[in-house]
Design a protein around this ligand. Structure first.
Ligand code: BGC
Length: 768
C-alpha cells in the first residue's frame, strides 16, 4: 500500500475511491477526542466490505470466552471494545435511487484528514444509475471542546439536473461487533424518542449494563438560510430517523448539518442521560457548526503549539510523525483515570480490552514528556486503582499473600484475555508496570507518588515475582519456568532472560525504594510496612532472589539468551526467508513459528532498551547484531525499540529505516492489517524513536541528557519536552543544536559531552 496516500505535511490524503482499500481507509481516517471516536465510515449506505465502528470510552462488553479446551484459571470473558450506536448515518436518495458508493459511479473523490485542525473531509462526485450526478462533501469532527458532541456538515449539489433529493438522517443502536463470539448483539433498547429534526435512542449493554443515549439534531440550509421541511418521523426497535424530501436546483448546494451526541452512564446518572443529551444537542445547534469547528481548530492549535515535531527535508517522515502524534491525542487525553490507551484506540475492534503493557512500556514516556506529569499520574493511578483486582487475579492462579498479577489485557482490572500462553505466561507485563513507577520518579524526582501509592503496586508485583520463581537444585539458582516473553513467537519457555531480568530489577527497585523511604521518613516507613503487612524478612527474601537469579547467556557469543534453549534452534537469518512468506503469522502454521528462531518483537533487546544504563555499549551491540537479523518485526511494537537502539549504536541508516517502518506502519500498511484498525500504542514508539532515538534523550545523573544525531537527508528536526518545571525546545540542525529553556529557573543539562547551564528563557547553541 506504500504510496497510496499522498504525502503532505499536515493532511492525510486519498485521491481515488477504491472499494479494495475502503476498510483500510476507514481505519486510517479515524477521528476521536479521547472520550469517543470512530472509523471513517461513510455517512451514506455502503454495501461493500466495511467495518462499521464507533466507540465510546469506558463502555465495553464481556463476551463469553470461547476456547476449545477450558483450563482452570481462564477468565470467563473476553472484554470487547464495543461498537456503539451510529450517530453519523445519513441515507440519501436521488429521484428514488439510493446513494451507495459501492454501486454508484464515483469520480473526483478525495478524502482528507486535516491533522492541524482536527477534522475529516470527503468530497466526491457520484453518478446514479439514471445518469443524474451529484457532488457530495462531508466535513466531520469529534469535538475536543465539548467532548460528548460530534458534528457533520453534509453538502449535496446536483450537477446535471434539478429534482428531488430525499434525506434520512438517523441514529441506529442496532449495531454489532464483527468479533462477537456468539454472533450476539450487545445492546438492548431502553427507550427511543423521535421528533422533527431530532431524536434519541437509549440503549443498555447486556451484562455490563452501561446505558448510552445517542442523539441527533439536524437542519438543512441553502445559501445560509434554513429550509423549511416536513420530515416524517420513523422508528423501529433501536432506531430512529427523519425522512424528508427537497426539490433541489441544479448547481445549488444544500447543507445538512447533523450534530450527534453520546451521553453515557459511565459519566452521568442514568436518569439524567436524555436530558443531558438534549442539552448537548441544543448547545451544538446554538453554537453552530462553524463556531464549533473553529473551536476545534483552536484546541488542536494549542496541542500542536507544544506537541509538534518538525522535520525538514523529509516529507514522508514529517507527515508520519504528525499522524502518530495526532492519533495519540485523539485516543487519550488523561482527563479520566478510568480510561487508558487501547492498542487500537477508537479505530477497530481487535485486541479487545483497552489496556496492555503497551501503555507503560511505550506510551507512558510520550504522555509524561508531552502532556505532563498530571496525565502520567493518571496512568499510574489507573493501575493503582486496579491493584486489588490484580491481587485477586494472582489468587486465582494460586499466588498468596498479596501477590499481584496485572492482567495482560483489561478494561476494569480483571483479566480479559484467554489464551493460556498469554494470560498465564506472558507475565513480564507486571515488570513494565513497575518500570513506569520508576520512570516517573526518576524523571520528575518527586517521591510523593512512589511513597504514597507506588510502593503498594511494587509490593504486590514483587510478591508475585518472589513466588513465581523457584529454586533449582540443579542450577543452584532461582529459575522462572513456563513463561512467554515479549516475543510471542515462543511460548512456555524456561528462563526468558527479559522476564527474569525485569522481575529481579523490580525486586531490587522495591527494596531500594523502601530503604529510601526509611531514610527519609521512618515514621511513614513503619506505617507503610504495617499497611502492607510487610516485614523486613520479606525484603531479605527478595534480595536473595535478586542475588541468585539465573540469567541465561552465552559467554562465547557474548549474548544473553532469549531463553535457555534458544541456541538449539536453527538460526537462519530473516534475510534468507522467502518474502512471499512474510508476514509469517499469515502464512506459516503456528507450530512452525514456535519452533523457529524468528522473533516477533524485541525481547532481549527490549530489556536492553529499558535497562541500557546497566550495560556497556559493547554488550548491547553484540546482542543487537545477534538478535536483530532474526527478528521479523511482526508486532507493531518492534521497529521503534530497534530504531532507538540502532541510533545509540551509531547504526544511523538502519535506525532511519526502522523509524520509517514504525512511523508509517499504518500509512504504508507494513503488516498488511491496517483494515482492522490502527496501531495506536506503537505510535508512541514513533515519538520515542525521534526523541530518545535521534534526539538521544535520556535521564542521566539526575538531569536530562541529549545526544542528537540527524538522519542522513534531514535538514533539521525539532521537538519539545516538558521536564520538571521546564519546557525545553530542542532544534537539531546540520550546523548544530539549539536548546531553549522556557522557565523562570535555570537548568543544567547534558548536551553531547558538555554539561551546560541554561538560564531562564535562555537559548544555547552547540555547533556540530
Ligand atoms: C504484541 C504485544 C502487545 C499486543 C497489543 C501483540 O501483537 O506482541 O506485545 O501487547 O500486540 O499491542
Amino acid at each position: 500500500m506504500k504510496g497510496y496516500y499522498k504525502l503532505d505535511e499536515w493532511n492525510i490524503i486519498e485521491e481515488v475511491f477504491s472499494a479494495e482499500h475502503h476498510e483500510a481507509s476507514e481505519s486510517i481516517f479515524s477521528i476521536g477526542n479521547g472520550a469517543f471516536g470512530q472509523r471513517a465510515n461513510f455517512e451514506e449506505k455502503y454495501s461493500g466490505e466495511t467495518l462499521r465502528g464507533s466507540y465510546v470510552g469506558g463502555v465495553y462488553y464481556p463476551d463469553k470466552t470461547r476456547v476449545g479446551w477450558w483450563k482452570n484459571g481462564y477468565p470467563e470473558y473476553f472484554a470487547k471494545v464495543l461498537n456503539a450506536p451510529n450517530w453519523i448515518g445519513i441515507n440519501l436518495w436521488v429521484a428514488n435511487q439510493e446513494v451507495d458508493f459501492f454501486t454508484c459511479k464515483v469520480s473526483a473523490f478525495r478524502q482528507e484528514l486535516n491533522m492541524q485542525k482536527g477534522f475529516l473531509f470527503r468530497t466526491a462526485e457520484v453518478t446514479l444509475p439514471d445518469g443524474k450526478k451529484i457532488k457530495l462533501e462531508s466535513t466531520r469532527f469529534c469535538s475536543l471542546v465539548d467532548t460528548e458532541i460530534g458534528f457533520i456538515k453534509y453538502n449535496v449539489t446536483p450537477l446535471n439536473f434539478s429534482g428531488e433529493l430525499s434525506f434520512e438522517p438517523y441514529v441506529d443502536a442496532d449495531v454489532e461487533n464483527k468479533d462477537s463470539n456468539y454472533d450476539e448483539k450487545f445492546w438492548d433498547e431502553v427507550s427511543r424518542t423521535v421528533h422533527p429534526k431530532r431524536g434519541l435512542v437509549t440503549a443498555k449493554t447486556k451484562k455490563t449494563e452501561f446505558v448510552v443515549t445517542t442523539g441527533m439534531e439536524f437542519w438543512i440550509e441553502n445559501n445560509n438560510q434554513e429550509i423549511t421541511i416536513s420530515p416524517i418521523e420513523l422508528e423501529t426497535e433501536k432506531f430512529i430517523s427523519n425522512k424528508f424530501n427537497i426539490t433541489a436546483q441544479k448547481d445549488q448546494t444544500y447543507s445538512l448539518y447533523k450534530a450527534g451526541t453520546y451521553v453515557s452512564s459511565f459519566n452521568h446518572d442514568e436518569e439524567k442521560l436524555e436530558e443531558i443529551a438534549f442539552n448537548n444537542l441544543e448547545l451544538a445547534k446554538s453554537k453552530g457548526f462553524e463556531t464549533m469547528l473553529n473551536q476545534q481548530a483552536a484546541a488542536w492549535a494549542k496541542r500542536w503549539e507544544f506537541g509538534d515535531i518538525k522535520i525538514e527535508g523529509d516529507l514522508a517522515a514529517q507527515q508520519a510523525i504528525r499522524y502518530n502524534i495526532f492519533q495519540l491525542h485523539q485516543t487519550y487525553t488523561g482527563d479520566d483515570a478510568r480510561l487508558n490507551i487501547g492498542p487500537k484506540g477508537f479505530t477497530g475492534e481487535k485486541y479487545g480490552g483497552s489496556t496492555y503493557w503497551d501503555t507503560e512500556a511505550y506510551c507512558f514516556q510520550f504522555y509524561l514528556s508531552t502532556a505532563g506529569e498530571r496525565v502520567a499520574e493518571q496512568l499510574l493511578k489507573y493501575r493503582h486503582n486496579q491493584l486489588q483486582k490484580a491481587i485477586e487475579n494472582a489468587q486465582k492462579l494460586g499466588f498468596k499473600n498479596g501477590a499481584a498479577l496485572y492482567p495482560m489485557v483489561t478494561m476494569n482490572g480483571e483479566e480479559c484475555h484467554n489464551e493460556w500462553e498469554i494470560t498465564f505466561e506472558e507475565i513480564h507485563r507486571n515488570g513494565a508496570i513497575a518500570y513506569a513507577i520508576y520512570n516517573y520518579t526518576n524523571y520528575t524526582q518527586k517521591t510523593e507518588y512512589l511513597f504514597n501509592y507506588g510502593l503498594d503496586v511494587l509490593t504486590g508485583i514483587s510478591r508475585f515475582w518472589a513466588q513465581r520463581v523457584n529454586w533449582s537444585e540443579a542450577k543452584q539458582k532461582y529459575v522462572m519456568l513456563g513463561v512467554t516473553g515479549p516475543n510471542e513467537y515462543e511460548n512456555n519457555v524456561n528462563n526468558n532472560w527479559y522476564t527474569n531480568y525485569i522481575a529481579t530489577w523490580t525486586l531490587r527497585y522495591s527494596v531500594e525504594s523502601f530503604a529510601k523511604l526509611k531514610a527519609e521518613n521512618p515514621v511513614k516507613y513503619t506505617e507503610k510496612l504495617k499497611e502492607l503487612n510487610l516485614t523486613e524478612e520479606e525484603f531479605t527474601q527478595w534480595q536473595k532472589v535478586v542475588d541468585n537469579i539465573y540469567l541465561p547467556e552465552d559467554k562465547n557469543l557474548g549474548v544473553f539468551l532469549q531463553q535457555e534453549g534458544f541456541l538449539d534452534k536453527e538460526l537462519i537469518p530473516v534475510s534468507q526467508l522467502d518474502p512471499a512468506e512474510r508476514p509469517l503469522n499469515q502464512t506459516w502454521s503456528w507450530d512452525r513459528i514456535l519452533r523457529s528462531c524468528y522473533i516477533k518483537q524485541g525481547d532481549v533487546l527490549q530489556g536492553l532498551y529499558f535497562f541500557e544504563h546497566e550495560f556497556d555499549k559493547e554488550t548491547i551491540r553484540k546482542n543487537f547484531d545477534f538478535y536483530e537479523p532474526l527478528t521479523v518485526h511482526e508486532s507493531s511494537l518492534s521497529p521503534c525499540v530497534h530504531s532507538i537502539t540502532a541510533t545509540y549504536l551509531g547504526k544511523n541508516q538502519q535506525a532511519y529505516e526502522f523509524y520509517l517502518r514504525t512511523a508509517r506502519l499504518d500509512l504504508d500498511d507494513y503488516n498488511k492489517e491496517v483494515h482492522e484498525g490502527l496501531h495506536i500504542t506503537s505510535m508512541a514508539g514513533t515519538w520515542l524513536s525521534i526523541v530518545e532515538g535521534f534526539g538521544g534523550m535520556r535521564i542521566k545523573d539526575n538531569t536530562i541528557s541529549l545526544d542528537p544525531v540527524i538522519p542522513g537527508h534531514w535538514k533539521s528536526f525539532s521537538f519539545n519536552v516538558l521536564f520538571r518545571s521546564h519546557t525545553l525546545k530542542i532544534n537539531v540542525t546540520e550546523k548544530g543544536i539549539y536548546v531553549t529553556n522556557h522557565c523562570n529557573e535555570s537548568l543544567d543539562i547534558q548536551l553531547k559531552s558538555n554539561l551546560i547551564s541554561l538560564g531562564a528563557e535562555e537559548t544555547k547553541f552547540i555547533p556540530s
